[in-house]
Design a protein around this ligand. Sequence first.
Ligand code: HEC
Length: 165
Amino acid sequence: MKSSFLLPIILVSIFSCRQPSGHELQLQNRIDSLELKLSSTYKPGFGEFMSAVQSHHAKLWFAGKNENWALANFEIHEIMEALDGITKYQSGRKESKLLPMLDPVLDSMNNAITQKNPLAFEKTYNLLTATCNKCHQATEFGFNVVKIPDQPAFSNQSFQVGKSH
Ligand code: HEC
């Protein structure tokens, strides 16, 4: 009787007074320092992804206008990759929830490129650009206005098929 009354008390006092072992302290220190490292790891910002999207959006135009469909295919996938990066690294930003608004026009652009159709390309490019601006307006970044580029931003890249110099 006496021992069954004492046993829980003994057990509780053993567990509540138990000090973490040296090994456990070591592990906790490692977790703390890893968490600290993780919190200061560099991750690209929303605007940085957008700058990449901007560059590939411009290149896509010149690729399509030159009927360089291999390059156009590359550029549209670079845009999609940058958008995936936003989903992955900027999921905390409320604007990221609006990204799916681009899905239908990205599909249409992929089709135009696969079909090597210059008219469908131009029409879809206009719609793509309008959708970029639609999101900027919806997210209070309407002052970032995207348009069809007049000339390539880079003079060191050729957009013509098979032109190496
Ligand atoms: C889901 C909404 C959304 C869509 C779709 C979108 N953007 Fe953006 N864009 C933003 C937001 C939000 C910013 C401001 C980012 C920041 O906080 O730095 C931005 C910024 C920009 C900027 C300014 C970058 C700078 O630093 O000067 C450019 C250029 C841009 N977007 C281009 C585009 C293009 C081109 C497309 C379409 C292919 C597009 N965006 C589609 C939300 C969007």
